[in-house]
Design a protein around this ligand. Structure first.
Ligand SMILES: [Zn+2]
Length: 305
């Protein structure tokens, strides 16, 4: 089973055991598994860039302090969310074991509070060291051997967490033919509810200038064709560009999550997003690191067509 969920309640453990016995590779989380949590509520984090030591800063940003602050805010929520997702670039630059040891300490209060954690892989991550430090992230039976992917079912939507890491500390992201093929089948197998697809890298619709590397998803065209061919895919959520924005492409909502760590442009918000999945949409609430940031508390209501 892809036991990406920690901790597991006895009930969800038994449910997963039964699913495993039935040969299913589904991950069920936050749906009837934890009576105390709101199954529609998710804490979305991205680009935490946690370094090997809490003292390390980038510019004026202390990435460890930022993540610690966000974890405090998430665990202090009056209503417990179904889970927390860190959408890649969990580690600072090279996915070092010491980065993940620091990360594990930062996120420990989530586990203590009974909040399941899911992660995706960014270009600054490394699967092996991450699995070593965050043992609960290592799937016992990976859905896809070479990638770290997760499916989370929730009452009003299914989440599909993808892996766009190609090579550690190389900026280019890629879904890849194998993962696209897997995703097409996984989406087709779950047509009954809206699908929310998430990966670390930014879509890149135009090729880079000559001699420059792809900075986003290299196979964006194929990936967008795939998402577009499954009408129940309502949103693609990503990070990487540290640029909180929401745009649309046809009926697909493109949600660029803010970084927990540093911003790339002065004045942009860093922080996290509390997402509530509604029957016919998604409500996003921005929580900025600087409580005085003008966008703190910004609410975005997306409705599916
Ligand atoms: Zn990145």
């Amino acid at each position: 089973m892809p036991l990406h969920v920690a901790p597991l309640s006895r009930r969800s453990f038994l449910a997963q055991g039964a699913a495993a016995a039935a040969g299913l590779t589904m991950l069920r989380s936050g749906w009837g598994a934890d009576a105390g949590a709101n199954p529609h509520l998710w804490a979305l984090l991205s680009d935490t860039h946690v370094p090997n030591s809490p003292e390390v800063t980038s510019g004026e940003t202390n990435m460890t302090n930022n993540l610690r602050q966000v974890v405090r805010e998430v665990t202090a929520l009056k209503t417990r969310p179904a889970g927390v997702i860190i959408n890649g670039d969990c580690a600072y630059l090279k996915g070092l074991p010491a980065d993940y040891a620091n990360l594990a300490q930062c996120v420990a209060p989530l586990s203590d509070a009974g909040l399941p954690l899911h992660v995706t892989m960014g270009n600054h991550d490394d699967r092996g060291p991450l699995y070593d430090a965050l043992k609960s992230q290592k799937p016992e039976r990976p859905l896809l051997e070479s990638k770290h992917v997760t499916i989370i079912e929730s009452p009003h939507a299914n989440w599909f967490l993808l892996d766009t890491l190609t090579q550690v500390d190389v900026v280019t992201g890629e879904i890849g033919a194998e993962q696209r093929e897997w995703l097409a089948k996984a989406l087709a197998a779950r047509p009954d509810k809206p699908a929310l697809v998430m990966a670390h890298h930014t879509p890149q619709f135009d090729p880079p200038a000559e001699g420059k590397p792809w900075g986003g998803i290299k196979d964006t065209a194929e990936f967008m064709d795939l998402l577009g061919s499954h009408k129940h895919v309502k949103a693609f959520l990503f990070g990487h560009s540290h640029n909180w924005t929401i745009t649309r492409r046809g009926n697909l909502q493109l949600i660029n999550l803010p970084p927990v760590a540093y911003v790339f442009a002065a004045g942009k918000p860093n922080g996290w997003v509390l997402a509530e999945v509604r029957e016919n949409g998604l409500t996003l609430s921005l929580r900025t690191i600087d409580p005085a940031h003008k966008q703190n508390g910004e609410l975005v209501n997306l409705t599916w067509e």
